[in-house]
Design a protein. Structure first.
Lengths: 465, 195
C-alpha cells in the first residue's frame, strides 16, 4: 500500500524503533527563541550536558522585543533576552539579536534563510512551528523539556500521529485569502478536530497558493488542535527556495529537487481521516469569540448561543460573547474596533504587507493601526518597495520586526476592553493584553477595517458600503 | 521528575471548555527565566474574579483538576504545567487535551487523564456536592475511583512506565547515542546547517 507524505517524512527520520516504545526521531532543524529556552539551557548545565548539534540550531529574539527602536525598557523582558544571548554564546549557537539584519519572528526567519526545506523535521519551543510544514516537512511545537531533549540529543521520542487529509476543492474566489480559508477550516472541524493528527492540506486551492499563503494555512494547524500541518512540495516550493542562503546549490540542488519530488502522498495511500471543504463557496471570514474555532463569514451576524446544540459549546459561546462584549444577532460588519494589527508569523510576510498596502494606498485609517513586519528582512524589502510610505501616509504606524501585538509579552498590547482586528492567530481571552478583545482577520480585512473603524472587507470599500 | 503511581486527593471542578494555555498562565508570566514561582500566575486573569472556583476556600489544597474538554490547547508553553504543579495539582482530568500540553505534562510528572465528558461531569458534580470528597487516580491500574465506582482510562505502556519510574527522557535517549551517530552518518548530504 502507498504511503502518505507524513509517513514518508516520518520514516526517513526514525533513528530507532523498538516494540512498545515511541520512535526516536531525528530532528533536522531546531529553532530557538528567548521565551521557552532559558530553563532548557539551565537543565543542560545542571546535568553537565552539551548541545549535540549547534550547527542544526538557530536562535532569534522575537516575543519580548519592542517594535520601536531603542533598548528593552522592561527589566524582566530584558533579562530574558540577555539570558538567550548568554546561552547562545556559551553553547555556540547562531543568534540573530534585536537590530540584526537577520532578526525576526522565529517562523519567518527559517523559511527566509532557506533553512526550512521539504522533507525535514523541524521543531521549536513554540506551537506555531507548524508553519514550516508548508514546505513539505514535519514541523511541530514542543515544550521546554523537549527543547532540552533536542539540544542534548538532536532527537525526540515520539509516537507518529495519525494522518488527516484536508481536501480543499475548487478555487478561492477573488478577494478570499489563505487566512479566510484556514479560519473557515478551523470553524468547520473545531479547535479539537485535529488533535492527534498531522494534517496534509491538499487540492486545487492549496496548489494555487503562494508559499506565503501556504505558510499562513499551516501556521494555524495548531488552532485546529493538529500538531503539524503540511503541504507537498512542488514547483512553487522549489522556486521559493532557489537561491536562498541555506538552500542547496549546484549538483546538490538537482539531487535535492529529485528527492523532494518524491515527497507526495501516493495515489493509493490511505489517510486515517479525510475532511473536504469547497473553496469556491468561501467569503472573507472573521472570528467573533475567544477561540479560533468561533468564527463566521463576515457577512453573517454574531451567533446566538442557542444555535449550538452541544451544551458545552453553548456555554463556551455564552461566555465568549460576554467576554467579547457582543450581542447575538449583531451583524459582524457593525462591530467597531479600536486597533488594527497587521503582523505575526501568520501574516507578517511581504505578501501580507503588500496586500494591506494595496488597500491603504490613498486612503486614511481611523483606528490605531500597527503594521509590524515579521522580520527585519521583510521590513527592508517592504521599504524598498515604498510600502512603509503608503502605511505612513495613511496614518498607520510602521514598526520594527517582532511578535508585537500577537501576544502580550512586549509593549504592544490592548488595554482592557479594547477591541482589535488582528491578523495573528489567537483570539484567546487576554492574548493581546489583559481584557483585550480580538477578532482574527486576514490582512485585507484588517486594512479595510482600519479605514472604516468597523469589520470590513475590501470589496465593501469599493462598493462604498 | 517525581514518580507517579497512585494519587488520592480532593478535586476542583473547572466548568469550562477550551481552557487554553494562555488562560492557564498568561504571557506576562513567561518572562521569567527560572523554573519556579509560577503558582501565582496560574489562571491569573480568572483568579481576579472572586467567584472563580479556585478562589473558593473549600477547594483549597485540592490536587485534582476536573476540566471541560480541550484543556491545554494553544501555546506550547510548558510553564502551564509548572504553574499547575507548583500550585499543587498532580492530575488533570478532561475529555480532551491539547497534544503539546499532554506531552509536556508527562515529561514533568503531571498526569493528564482522559475520561469521557459524561464521566468528567459526574466527577465535577460530586466535587461540587461535597468538596471534601476524595478521588483516587491509580496509574498502576489505569483507573479513576470515586466511592464504589471506577472508570478505566487509557495511557500507553511506555509513558505509564516512565511516569511510574519518574524517569528522565534525556537519560533514556542518551543510552542510544550510538544509534544517533549511525543515523547522522547517513543523512542526505544537501541538508542545511545553520553555520
Ligand atoms: S508572532 Fe505570535 S504566534 Fe508567532 S511566534 Fe510570535 S507570539 Fe507566537
Amino acid at each position: 500500500m502507498g504511503r502518505t507524505l507524513a509517513e514518508k517524512v516520518w520514516e526517513q527520520h526514525v533513528v530507532r524503533r523498538a516494540e512498545g516504545e515511541p520512535d526516536l526521531l531525528y530532528i533536522d532543524l531546531h529553532l530557538i527563541h528567548e521565551v521557552t529556552s532559558p530553563q532548557a539551557f539551565d537543565g543542560l548545565r545542571m546535568a553537565g550536558r552539551t548541545v549535540r548539534r549547534p550547527d542544526l540550531t538557530i536562535a532569534t529574539e522575537d516575543h519580548n522585543v519592542p517594535t520601536v527602536l531603542g533598548p528593552i525598557s522592561d527589566p524582566v523582558s530584558r533579562t530574558q533576552v540577555e539570558t538567550l544571548r548568554k546561552n547562545a554564546a556559551e553553547f555556540g549557537i547562531r543568534l540573530h539579536p534585536m537590530g540584526d539584519a537577520g532578526q525576526g519572528v522565529v517562523h519567518i526567519i527559517g523559511p527566509q534563510f532557506g533553512l526550512t526545506q521539504p522533507g525535514m523535521t523541524i521543531v521549536c519551543g513554540d506551537s506555531h512551528t507548524s508553519t514550516h510544514g508548508a514546505f513539505g516537512g514535519i514541523a511541530f511545537g514542543i515544550g521546554t523539556s523537549e527543547v532540552e531533549h533536542v539540544l542534548a540529543t538532536q532527537t525526540l521520542p515520539a509516537y507518529r500521529p495519525k494522518t488527516m487529509a484536508i481536501e480543499v476543492k475548487g478555487e478561492l474566489p477573488v478577494g478570499v485569502t489563505a487566512k479566510d480559508l484556514i479560519l473557515a477550516i478551523i470553524a468547520k472541524i473545531g479547535t479539537g478536530g485535529g488533535q492527534g493528527y498531522i494534517v496534509e492540506y491538499r487540492g486545487e486551492a492549496i496548489r494555487k497558493l503562494s508559499m506565503e499563503g501556504r505558510m499562513t494555512v499551516c501556521n494555524m494547524s495548531i488552532e485546529a488542535g493538529a500538531r503539524a500541518g503540511m503541504i507537498a512540495p512542488d514547483e512553487t516550493t522549489f522556486a521559493y527556495l532557489k537561491g536562498r542562503p541555506h538552500a542547496p546549490s549546484g549538483d546538490a540542488w538537482d539531487q535535492a529537487v529529485e528527492y523532494w519530488k518524491s515527497l507526495r502522498t501516493d495515489d493509493d495511500a490511505v489517510f486515517d481521516k479525510v475532511v473536504e471543504i469547497d473553496a469556491s463557496t468561501l467569503t472573507p471570514f472573521v472570528t467573533w469569540g475567544t477561540n479560533p474555532g468561533q468564527g463566521a463569514p463576515l457577512g453573517a451576524a454574531v451567533p446566538s448561543p442557542e444555535e449550538f446544540g452541544d451544551p458545552i459549546e453553548r456555554a463556551a459561546a455564552e461566555r465568549a460573547l460576554e467576554y467579547m462584549g457582543l450581542t447575538a444577532g449583531t451583524p459582524l460588519r457593525e462591530i467597531e474596533v479600536d486597533t488594527v494589527f497587521v503582523g505575526s508569523c501568520t501574516n507578517g510576510r511581504l505578501e501580507d504587507l503588500r496586500a494591506a498596502a494595496d488597500i491603504l494606498r490613498g486612503r486614511a485609517v481611523v483606528t490605531r493601526t500597527l503594521i509590524v513586519p515579521g522580520s527585519m528582512q521583510v521590513k527592508k524589502a517592504a521599504e524598498e518597495e515604498g510600502l512603509d510610505q503608503v502605511f505612513k501616509d495613511a496614518g498607520a504606524e510602521w514598526r520594527e520586526a517582532g511578535c508585537s501585538m500577537c501576544l502580550g509579552m512586549n509593549p504592544d498590547t490592548l488595554k482592557p476592553g479594547e477591541r482589535s482586528a488582528s491578523t495573528s492567530n489567537r483570539n484567546f481571552e487576554g492574548r493581546q493584553g489583559k481584557g483585550g478583545r480580538t477578532h482574527l482577520v486576514s490582512p485585507q480585512v484588517a486594512a479595510a477595517t482600519a479605514v472604516t473603524g468597523k469589520l470590513t472587507a475590501p470589496a465593501d470599500l469599493a462598493q462604498g458600503r | 521528575m517525581e514518580a507517579f503511581t497512585t494519587h488520592t486527593g480532593r478535586a476542583v471542578p473547572l466548568r469550562r471548555s477550551n481552557v487554553d494555555t494562555d488562560q492557564i498562565i498568561p504571557a506576562v508570566w513567561l518572562k521569567q527565566v527560572s523554573r519556579t514561582g509560577f503558582e501565582n500566575g496560574l489562571f491569573a486573569a480568572w483568579r481576579e474574579d472572586p467567584s472563580f472556583v479556585l478562589n473558593n476556600p473549600v477547594y483549597q489544597g485540592a490536587s485534582i483538576l476536573l476540566s471541560g474538554p480541550d484543556f491545554g490547547t494553544g501555546s506550547s508553553r510548558e510553564h502551564a504545567v509548572w504553574a499547575l504543579q507548583q500550585y499543587g495539582f498532580r492530575v488533570v482530568i478532561a475529555a480532551r487535551f491539547g497534544d503539546i500540553f499532554r506531552n509536556n505534562s508527562t515529561k514533568m510528572g503531571l498526569l493528564p487523564v482522559v475520561l469521557p465528558s459524561d464521566v468528567v461531569e459526574k466527577l465535577q458534580e460530586a466535587a461540587e456536592a461535597d468538596p471534601a470528597v476524595e478521588i483516587t487516580v491509580d496509574l498502576a491500574e489505569r483507573e479513576v475511583r470515586l466511592g464504589s465506582e471506577s472508570w478505566s482510562f487509557e495511557i500507553d505502556d511506555y509513558t505509564r512506565w516512565r511516569l511510574m519510574e519518574g524517569l528522565d527522557d534525556i537519560g533514556l535517549t542518551l543510552r542510544h547515542a550510538d544509534d544517533v551517530a549511525v543515523y547522522e552518518n547517513g543523512r542526505q548530504p544537501w541538508l542545511p546547517t545553520t553555520v
